[in-house]
Structure formats: C-alpha cells, structure tokens
Design a protein around this ligand. Structure first.
Ligand SMILES: Cc1cc2nc3c(=O)[nH]c(=O)nc-3n(C[C@H](O)[C@H](O)[C@H](O)COP(=O)(O)OP(=O)(O)OC[C@H]3O[C@@H](n4cnc5c(N)ncnc54)[C@H](O)[C@@H]3O)c2cc1C
Length: 424
C-alpha cells in the first residue's frame, strides 16, 4: 500500500462506477488522499459491467446530431426500433428533450466531434499504458471495429456521415465491400453488403477492468465506503463543507461528483442544475458461443454492439428513456437477438436460450457531452458525469483531467464544451 504524507489533500469521490474508479486512480497517482463512496456493494457492478467494452475513437459524432430528432420520432412509432421513450408527463424529461433537440445542429456536431476525438485518442493511449502496467489484466485488444451494414442505404449513410467526419478528423475509416468484410472477420458467416472499418478502435473486458482498477486503488491506499449513499450536502462561503451519507457525515478538501445517470438528482440538494436522463441499454452474454469473432462489430441498422470477450460473446443495444425503471421489455431484448440472427445466419434462437438480460443506465446529458469541470458557486466541487455511450472509453482521460483540475493545472484538453454549468 502506498503511504501518503499526512498533509495530502483529501478528496471524496461520490460514485464508484467506472468513471469514479478511474478518477480515484489518477487522483491517487497525483498524491491526493482519496475516499470513494458507492451506494452498491463492491461486487454489484455498475453501468460499465455489462457494457460492450469498446474503446472507440470512432464514436466522434455525439448522440445529439443533426437528424436525430426526426430519427427518434420515427423510431418511437416502431416497437422493433433500437430506441424507446416511455410516454409520461415528466418536466425533467420535457426540458431534457427540448435541450436535446436544440443541440442537434451541424455546428454542435462539428465542435463536439473535435473534442470527442481528442478525449478518445488520449484515453485510448492511457488504456495502453494501463494495460502495460497491469500485464493487460483487462484484456485490451487493439484490433479495430467493424460497423457492419446490411443495406446499401445503411452503408452509404455510414460512409457519408460517420466515415467522412472520422476521416476529416484523422480517424481512419475504411469502407469495405462484403468480400473484404468477410476477409476481416471469418468467425461466422456474415450477411452484409459491406462495412466501415476503424483500425484505431479497441476493446476490453469490462468486468476485468473494474476488478483491475479496484485492486490498483486498494494498493494505492484509497478508502472505500461501499453500500453507502450520498443523501445530502452542506456548504458555506462558496465551498462544500461535508457530505451527508447513510454512514454519517464525511469531510474532505475536495468533492467529485461521479454518480453517472443519478448525477442530476445527487446535486439537487445544492440547487445545481445538471440535466440528465438514464439511457437504459441491455446486453446478452453467451458463455460458450458456437462461433467466436476476433473483432468487435456494430450491427448498424439495429444499433447492436457485438464484442468477443475472451471465450464469451456479448451482444448489447437499445436506448430506452424510461427513467430508472428496472422493468425488462422483452420486445427490446428480442430485437438484439433478431439482429444477431439477421447479420450472422449461423446463429439461431437456441444460442440465446436461458440467457438473462443485463441492463445498465447510460448517463445522458442533452447535448451528448459529459459534464466535466468545476461547478459554479463552489470552489471545491467538480462534476464528472454524463458520458453517455462513451463512459468506458473516456474513463481514464476523465480521471486524468480531474486530477489536473484539482492540482490547479490547466487541463491538457480544452474543456469549454464540457462545462457543467452550460445549461444553468
Ligand atoms: C448496453 C450498454 C453498452 C455500453 N457499451 C459501451 C462501450 O462499449 N464503450 C463505452 O465507452 N461505453 C459503453 N457504455 C456506456 C458506459 O457503460 C457508461 O457511460 C459508463 O459505464 C458510465 O459510468 P459512470 O461511472 O459515469 O456511471 P455508473 O456506472 O452509473 O456509476 C455511477 C455510480 O454512482 C453510484 N451512485 C449513484 N447515486 C449515488 C449516491 N447518491 N450515493 C452513492 N453512490 C451513488 C451508482 O450506484 C453507480 O455505481 C454502454 C452502456 C450500456 C448500457
């Protein structure tokens, strides 16, 4: 265990998901004395746990992109679509939807893509370093990502939007025909017209990443309060003075908010406005698949992610805006299975028999960009939430940037677009 000087500055990280753990790691490395407060147990697994495990610089286009409002409305009319919004009278959801619609502009997409590129590339490099340090305990593989397309229309759209923007930003995107795609991935027969290949992308085994980080944090001497909820805040003279938790009052020099899709509600006690909606997604993991792939793939028209995780194979997808509901919608899960059978004709319903769907809540800000930086009005409170589909990808760079902010350094990446006060 690393010994810290007794005068080390103390930091309380609220939330022990992948973002909170990464923040704790980089703060520990920077010499801070860190405590993590997490509502769940150590083994419960947060949103990253059942994720697709992509480290994906290819995802430079934010969720809030031109055409997404119209696309979302069309999807809402179909029970087979990858998107579902539970109709309800909820003022937070209404306001979030309005802010989302306002963000779906070409100008926002272009500005956001530049920042996302820089964040993703820096984070990928940090993952490579972490893999070297840990003997690749979390199975990082740098073999790229294939966006498979079943239709000419889908391929043209992917090449024209995502592929073009990625190439313009220096993220190589190669358009492949069906034969070239099959040569890239021969794990099972593919029924596709082609794909876009992103060589820079990588993937990892999320549960092993979480376990690796927790082990590193224990070595660093980080304190954990598992099964402990943050329930309130005390503040005076523009500073947070303590956090009330179910295990009592906790005091630190600095406080970091990393409660993912709950960040908005965690902050309410302080009167801070952080619009956030949980974007529920499901995954299905086949323990011993009859066919195994070498590369992760996105089944573009269905928005389903496929990831080989060692011997296991994971399919994940859907975006459900239904609050923190724990209900599993069978028709949404069914779409993931249908997508698999549609792109991979060798798969059958039997491959998915007896598999329990996992679900997690992506933290969705209305403009698809994380909240990262100091919160106005409090000199010792920093937000690091809202990473949407990129929380695994961006966890290390988020940790590094929070460590830079708390150390008083100028952040190594321009964070103006991530300002947590931008909707206040
Ligand atoms: C199906 C699916 C596939 C995905 N695939 C990918 C992928 O391939 N690549 C990628 O980059 N991202 C992916 N994501 C997104 C990624 O998983 C999330 O962005 C990321 O896990 C969010 O991490 P987080 O730490 O911010 O939030 P969380 O994991 O939600 O962690 C927040 C933590 O805060 C705790 N908490 C909340 N409130 C309190 C409180 N009051 N007191 C104490 N603790 C509290 C919660 O219990 C939770 O553990 C996927 C998501 C899903 C659902």
């Amino acid at each position: 265990m690393t010994r810290r000087p007794s005068d080390a500055r103390t930091v309380l990280v609220c939330g022990g998901g992948i973002v909170g753990l990464s923040i704790a790691y980089y703060l520990g490395r920077a010499g801070f004395s860190v405590t993590v407060v997490e509502r769940n147990s150590e083994s419960a697994g947060s949103c990253a746990y059942g994720s697709a495990g992509y480290v994906s610089p290819s995802h430079v286009v934010p969720v809030a992109a031109p055409g997404m409002v119209w696309q979302g409305l069309k999807w809402m009319l179909s029970s087979r679509s990858p998107f579902y919004l539970k109709p309800r009278l909820d003022l937070d959801l209404l306001r979030w939807s309005w802010l989302f619609a306002r963000s779906c502009t070409v100008a926002h997409m272009r500005r956001a893509a530049l920042v996302l590129r820089d964040l993703c590339l820096a984070s990928r490099q940090l993952f490579v370093e972490l893999a070297e340090k840990t003997g690749n305990a979390f199975e990082l593989r740098t073999e790229g990502l294939l966006n498979l397309c079943k239709t000419e229309e889908g391929l043209a759209h992917e090449a024209g939007l995502l592929g073009r923007i990625a190439n313009e930003l220096g993220i190589e995107a190669r358009v492949l025909n069906a034969k070239e795609t099959a040569e890239m991935e021969s794990g099972a027969r593919l029924d596709v017209v082609g794909s876009i290949y992103f060589p820079i992308d990588a993937h990892l085994t999320p549960a092993k990443l979480v376990a690796t980080l927790i082990a590193l944090l224990k070595e660093q001497g980080v304190n954990f309060h598992w099964n402990t909820s943050v329930v309130g805040w005390k503040a005076a003279s523009g500073r947070v003075t303590s956090v009330s938790t179910t295990a009592g009052e906790l005091v630190a020099d600095e406080y970091v908010l990393a409660t993912g899709s709950w960040a908005g509600e965690t902050m309410r006690g302080l009167g801070i406005d952080l619009p956030m909606q949980p974007g529920k997604g499901y995954s299905l993991t086949i323990e011993r698949p009859r066919f195994q792939f070498t590369k992760p793939m996105i089944l573009t028209e269905y928005r389903v992610a496929v990831t080989p995780l060692g011997e296991r194979l994971r399919f994940g997808g859907t975006m459900e805006l239904s609050g923190h509901s724990r209900a599993v919608l069978p028709e949404r899960v069914e779409q993931i299975k249908l997508a698999a059978q549609s792109y991979f004709p060798d798969f059958s319903p039997e491959d998915f028999a007896r598999i329990e769907p996992w679900f997690g809540y992506r933290p969705m800000s209305p403009d698809g960009m994380p909240y990262l930086g100091r919160i106005a009005g409090f000199s010792n409170l920093t937000a690091a939430s809202g990473h949407a589909m990129l929380g695994v990808t961006l966890a290390p760079i988020t940790g590094l940037l929070v460590a830079e902010i708390l150390s008083g350094q100028r952040p190594s990446i321009d964070l103006s677009l991530l300002n947590p006060n931008r909707f206040a």
